[in-house]
Write a protein that binds this ligand. Structure first.
Ligand code: SF4
Length: 70
C-alpha cells in the first residue's frame, strides 16, 4: 500500500502553513502554491503528513491509499 498526500487546489488558500511546517513533504512552486515532494510518502513521514492534514485550516489536504508495487 502506498500513501499519498493530496492537495485540493480549489480549497487551498496558499498561505503556506504546510510547506512552512514540513518542507520535506510539501514544497512551494513559483506562485507560492504547495507541491507534494514526498510521493508516495515513506513510512517515516506518515505521522508528519497526518499532522499536516489535521493542521490545514482549509481542510485542503487528505491522505489517499493506493495499491503499491511492492
Ligand atoms: S496549509 Fe492547507 S490551505 Fe495552507 S497552503 Fe497548505 S494546503 Fe493550502
Amino acid at each position: 500500500m502506498d500513501r499519498h498526500l493530496m492537495i485540493d487546489r480549489g480549497a487551498c488558500a496558499g498561505h503556506g502553513l504546510c510547506y512552512g511546517a514540513a518542507p520535506e513533504i510539501v514544497d512551494c512552486d513559483d506562485q507560492g502554491d504547495p507541491v507534494v515532494v514526498a510521493d508516495p510518502l515513506p513510512e517515516s513521514l506518515l505521522d508528519r503528513a497526518g499532522s499536516l492534514v489535521r493542521g490545514c485550516p482549509e481542510r485542503a489536504l487528505t491522505l489517499r491509499v493506493s495499491e503499491g508495487h511492492n
